[in-house]
Design a binder for this molecule. Sequence first.
Ligand code: URP
Ligand code: ZN
Ligand code: ZN
Length: 466
Amino acid sequence: MRTLIKGGTVVSASDTYPADVLIEDEKIVAVGSGLAGDTTIDAGGQYVIPGGIDVHTHLDMLFGGTVSSDDFFTGHQAAAFGGTTMHIDFAIQPKGATLRETLDMWLARAEGKAAVDYGFHIAITDLPDSIMDEIQKCPDYGVTSLKLFMAYKGALMVDDATLFRAMEQAAKHRLLICVHAENGDAIDILVKQAIAAGNLEPKYHALTRPPELEAEATNRAIRLAEVAGAPLYVVHLTNYGALEAIRLARARGRSSQIFAETCVQYFFFTKDDLARPGFEGAKWVCSPPYREKSDQVALWQGVADNSLQVISTDHCPFWLEGGKDGRTPGKELGKGDFSKIPNGCPGIEDRMMVLFTHGVRGGKFSLNRWIELCCTNPAKLFGMYPQKGVIAPGSDADIVVWDPDKSYTITAAKQHQRTDYNLYEGMEVTGVPRIVLSRGRVLVQDGQWKGEQGAGRFVKRKRFGQ
Ligand code: URP
Ligand code: ZN
Ligand code: ZN
């Protein structure tokens, strides 16, 4: 079966050019002119881009006394409606489990549900010698990145010894170390002090996790990684101080080893959003928290000057009013105590549209840089390139026909993310996905779902730098 995407403008991380794209079964077989297929998709006046890749998501994740509200089907539908065709989620090691057992638990969550392709980072919470030894097997499992949490004391957090040992092993076997960089010990003290003082509203979530504690942990992770010789990827970076640490490391010759992402929502919200009246601020409770307007300016600058290489979502949705009508418990768990609000925000559906509108159309970065940040760099850094992240012969036919002129108003009422709110409620975006293909199959066409549960596949990834 050969499908021709005809008359569009192909966009890569470096070029923008008119070309037809020929797909045979799951792969792109040619990009050029004078091509013929059995069926034709008209892409006149549209961009033809690689499917978005979101390397930071939490679907069906046990967290904060509940579970994130999108599973591997609803989250995948939402991703596809937003032009994202691949994501990497986190398989989080329960204490005492092997890494193989951990991965199998998470593969089981996706089995029979997945509609787009997916991978896993393994998040290590427990590192006895047997697990140190098992790390070398991760590439055989198809996992080439490990995550360690420097925060969430008493739950996911690891100490520096664990982080450093994991880094040494990762260096040896060419795995990428990802870190959630916040100083969990200091945050734990600040949270206890706030509660003791009766400061319980959502805004205290942000006030007990100050930016300095992210900057400190970011710098600590960088220095530990340098000593261990491990490649490092700092997830969800939010502020100027943490960005400076990345910038300094890359400037002292570490630009092939030290990387960082920010998430789309950190360009738009501040800690003031957590202080909205009543309990509304809970919608914005995530970690690290939203910062200041000046940090947003720093982040736009960071993606423009390549201090930041990726923009992901950290999609970790919870209901605002859960625990009833078949909903899992959600943010309401923290009414009266901010420390019990499940941490996380939705966004997998919104990322590509919001960034096209405010990044590309808003003049913050070029069309090609949008593709680099959202598709190509994620594939390269996480061992999937050129299978994913580019439109080229031999690559998977994960393709989005993107209408740059069509407008849409983001609203929870119309979204596919399984939550009762949307951070960007009322935002008008211009530039939306019109047709979304995953390995040659149409998932979404003009707002209609055409995908299939269970058709998404686990993607085995290559070692860092391969
Ligand atoms: O608040 C957040 N970010 N929730 C998801 C877990 C994490 O830290 O990434
Ligand atoms: Zn995190
Ligand atoms: Zn996360």
